[in-house]
Write a protein that binds this ligand. Structure first.
Ligand code: AP5
Length: 215
């Protein structure tokens, strides 16, 4: 499958993407995970992105497009990909459209996961993430705790709270989403590619996505 997952921070894009990759070997491409990996590795990209991320601001479009242009040409994308957290602004969506034409790639659908703001706020305050950048498994102290407290089920690394998971940064990320990312819903509606799924159960969201893709 070749899809874009849209939705506010905490809507469950990463959780759903991890379930979908198991279906046909499509890869999850999360710009957030790529950026957090770069921050942890102390690369130039990471140094540039870190301040924006901590505040809950978006990283400049030019940095993101450079990452995506390279990533979409890697061999593992040939089986399919799920874009998680990208595009995030109208300029990114316009640039992606041009890039896909250039690379000769058509994508199937844009899935908009719609979850109420109060549910999202609660989820983000209680989310925990594996600190191993090669893993980045997602947990939740309320709804999806690891088997052993503080330890990743998959790789045994410590699980941590993300640096942008303070109440102030979460609020700012939600406002940034409303201002800069929500307009993409109208953009993809006009392109005839949008499917909105309202719901708080990841299993139900995955089932709806499969149905809309005919798989
Ligand atoms: P990014 O990592 O993309 O964060 P985000 O969009 O804010 O999305 P999240 O990862 O917070 O949420 P999610 O929807 O994946 O939810 P999850 O599945 O984890 O971006 C971080 C930062 O990087 C940005 O702020 C920006 O600075 C920068 N950035 C990234 N991409 C960029 C771009 N394209 N342009 C510019 N800047 C960019 O679920 C959340 C929690 O809820 C988890 O604890 C999970 O266990 C739980 N949960 C999920 N589903 C359920 C359920 N059904 N029931 C109960 N709990 C659930």
């Amino acid at each position: 499958m070749k899809i874009i997952l849209l939705g506010a921070p905490g809507a469950g894009k990463g959780t759903v993407a991890k379930q979908l990759t198991a279906i046909d070997g499509s890869v999850q491409i999360s710009t957030g995970d790529i950026l957090r990996g770069a921050v942890q590795a102390g690369t130039e990209l990471g140094k540039e992105a870190e301040g924006y991320m901590k505040r809950g601001d978006l990283v400049p479009d030019s940095l993101i497009m450079g990452i995506m242009e390279k990533r979409l040409q890697e061999p593992d994308c040939q089986k399919g990909f799920l874009l998680d957290g990208f595009p995030r602004t109208i300029p990114q969506a316009e640039a992606l459209k041009g890039l896909l034409v250039k690379l000769g790639i058509n994508f199937d659908k844009v899935i908009n996961i719609d979850v109420p703001r109060d549910v999202i706020f609660d989820r983000l305050c209680t989310r925990r993430t594996c600190s191993n950048t090669a893993c980045q498994a997602i947990y939740n102290v309320k709804s999806m705790p690891p088997k052993k407290e503080g330890v990743c089920d998959k790789c045994g690394s410590p699980i941590v709270q993300r640096a942008d998971e303070t109440e102030e940064a979460i609020s700012h990320r939600l406002d940034t989403y409303n201002e800069k990312t929500a307009p993409l819903i109208g953009f993809y509606e006009k392109e005839g590619l949008l499917k909105t799924i309202t719901g708080t159960s990841s299993e139900a969201v995955v089932a709806e996505i499969k149905k809309s893709l005919g798989i």
